[in-house]
Design a protein around this ligand. Structure first.
Ligand SMILES: Cc1cc2nc3c(=O)[nH]c(=O)nc-3n(C[C@H](O)[C@H](O)[C@H](O)COP(=O)(O)OP(=O)(O)OC[C@H]3O[C@@H](n4cnc5c(N)ncnc54)[C@H](O)[C@@H]3O)c2cc1C
Length: 433
């Protein structure tokens, strides 16, 4: 009995100890649970507050932007900047006065991709003098620039926009900017002859790469003709009879008519574009070493190319414009021979100016240019602007230099990609199709 009682007592004691332990455990568990919960809550509150503060900071972040050059690319860049919603102050410069800026004769052809890009920026094609053909929009460069300037004027109600035409970007201009007014972003769009990069100390080295094609250009200026938007004309698979110059008449690429294996490579591609007053022609073909191509690449007889353009123009022009004849042939100026089509693009297309804390991006023909006019040059510049909005956004919300470098690096990558894509497929879409 004693033993039992002892056991019974022991059991009771154990039960008491168990109860004590489990209630302690429960307390500990509750305490741990409370601690975890409150830590989680604190972390959650911290994250929420941080995210909210970050959001507020990002939402409020604004930068001053300076656009150098009011060509089609510079003005479009200005619209992209406004559209980014991150601009505190936008300054747009051009060394030319308004009249000189808007009187350029050339016509621009906007391809479908450029049209939708511009449409999203508020460009109203229904209210711009121009014409549509094959989903491309053709207008005069001055008309296009005037339209963009008018949109920027309207945006002045929402954003502080200053447009200074007749103002050259130079060292003197930079010196005059008060320290507090320095822009955080400079978009250089000063065209193929611009020197603004050297003002900013940016290298003017270019990478020059072949587009694996040959080309020649011609212009016909006839002041008695109309200066109205005109669709372009394209013709393909052209072969020229050069037997009068001692070159056998074989389609380009066919080296011998007798050869069983002779393969006919595609012939030349011709484009006639511009207005009736300022007509431009581009002739091109994929690189080959066919007899005809070799001959046209190396001939020193400049009348051969002139003849080709003369005959091609008369064969493919619109019915309502006059033919070129012996009396009007002097209006035609053209390349003397076929040349290799090359794309030059800047080695440095974006940079960070330390000390002044300015991010610079180079756009349009200031960044990349062809030695061959396809009549669609402006599209190449607009492609580069497709990453400008993100670049401005990222630079505006940057916390430190590393964030700015990241934004610049993405911009540089995109710029390189634009050049490479054009080199691979650009001529196909602008000339060969
Ligand atoms: C004869 C000719 C015919 C063409 N035909 C066609 C065509 O049919 N279709 C087509 O799509 N494209 C055509 N082009 C190409 C087209 O004009 C260009 O692709 C386009 O103008 C490039 O735009 P951009 O804004 O980069 O440069 P630009 O139009 O050259 O603009 C650069 C601007 O920067 C300004 N600037 C330069 N330096 C400074 C400075 N230091 N400070 C302030 N401002 C400065 C200049 O005054 C200029 O207004 C043609 C070009 C030529 C020359």
């Amino acid at each position: 009995m004693l033993g039992y009682s002892h056991i019974a007592d022991g059991t009771r004691m154990e039960n008491t100890a168990d109860g004590f332990n489990s209630s302690m455990e429960e307390k500990y568990r509750a305490l741990a649970y409370d601690t975890t919960l409150s830590t989680l809550l604190a972390v959650l509150v911290y994250v929420l507050v941080k995210v909210s503060l970050d959001r507020i900071r990002q939402w409020r972040a604004r930068v001053s932007v300076l656009v150098v050059g009011s060509g089609p690319v510079g003005l479009t860049a200005a619209l992209v900047a406004v559209r980014s919603g991150k601009v505190l102050k936008l300054t747009v410069l051009d060394e030319r006065y308004r009249s000189a800026l808007l009187c350029r004769p050339q016509q621009i052809a906007l391809d479908p991709r450029s049209v939708s890009f511009l449409f999203a920026l508020g460009v109203d094609f229904d209210n711009m003098e121009g014409c549509w053909h094959n989903d491309h929009f053709f207008t005069k460069i001055g008309v296009f620039q005037e339209h963009l300037l008018s949109i920027l004027e309207q945006k002045k109600q929402k954003v502080d926009i200053k447009i200074h035409l007749g103002t050259k970007f130079s060292e003197e201009y930079l010196r005059k900017i008060p320290g507090s007014d320095w822009p955080r972003i400079i978009v250089v769009a000063d065209g193929s002859c611009g020197e603004s990069c050297s003002v900013l100390g940016i290298s003017s080295d270019y990478i020059v790469e072949s587009c694996n094609a040959y080309g020649a250009n011609a212009t016909i200026e006839r002041l008695d003709q109309r200066q109205v938007p005109t669709p372009e004309i394209r013709a393909h698979s052209l072969y020229f009879d050069l037997s009068a110059y001692g070159v056998d008449f074989f389609p380009a690429g066919r080296e011998s008519q007798n050869s069983q294996q002779a393969t006919v490579k595609p012939g030349f591609h011709l484009k006639i574009y511009g207005t009736f007053r300022n007509r431009y022609m581009a002739l091109s073909c994929p690189a080959s070493d066919s007899k005809m191509v070799r001959f046209l690449r190396h001939t020193s007889n400049s009348s051969i190319m002139k003849n080709i353009f003369h005959q091609s123009f008369n064969a493919y022009k619109t019915d309502i414009e006059p033919r070129l004849n012996d009396l009007t042939l002097h209006h035609l100026q053209c390349s003397r021979k076929l040349f290799e089509i090359m794309l030059s693009h800047r080695r440095v297309n974006a940079a960070y100016i330390e000390g002044d804390n300015v991010a610079v991006t180079i756009e349009g023909e200031a960044a990349r240019v062809l030695n061959f006019d396809t009549g669609c040059g402006v599209n190449l510049g607009l492609r580069g602007l497709e990453s400008l909005g993100t670049f401005i956004y990222k630079t505006a919300i940057a916390l430190d230099q590393n964030d700015v470098f990241e934004a610049l690096s993405a911009k540089i990558q995109h710029s390189k990609q634009v050049a490479e894509t054009f080199r691979q497929t650009g001529l196909t879409t602008t000339m060969f199709e």
